[in-house]
Ligand binder design. Sequence first.
Ligand code: IMP
Ligand code: MG
Length: 179
Amino acid sequence: MLPDIKEVLLSEEKICERNRVLGKMISEDYQENQGLMAICILRGSFVFFADLVRCIDFPVEVAFLHAASYFGGSTSSGEVHIPDSNIVDVEGKDVLLVEDIVDSGRTLAKLKDTLLKKRPKSLKICTLLDKPERRVVEVDVDYCGFQVPDEFVVGYGLDYDQKYRNLPYIGILKREIYS
Ligand code: IMP
Ligand code: MG
């Protein structure tokens, strides 16, 4: 374990097991028409996304969207930027947004709002982590990996100041690193 990490919250094995369950649920739910566009919300969900889509048992179309609300800190700025939303064509498609963590809910609320205007056939949300205590804006999550306590976590795609994304597990970052 890295010295910057206070505690491993979710091990590689535990995440892998949960991904298989989520993949099975998604496979069953979309079994009928098997047309699914999975959208990876960058950058935080790139690791989760790559693992999750390989747990779905029919061919999936993948797309990538940037969403940013943090600028080097550990709390959201409150403003969400989605610079390339025009390049993803979701019209008439079953869309699954794949996010790393829902915190205030602002990122997903903004993404949902933006994409619904482009008239997808359906729009669902899958998040690896959920911090329900921190919610400011209500969002319905369809698939959730784990609920986590109100602690700053890194690894498995999640960063602090663009670091720690490559850790294979999810750990709680020591407070002295970000305060
Ligand atoms: P929200 O818009 O407040 O829901 O924030 C969502 C985004 O904030 C996520 O996609 C993450 O990129 C980031 N975030 C929230 N909590 C954490 C955390 O504990 N560690 C790393 N990133 C986080
Ligand atoms: Mg993110």
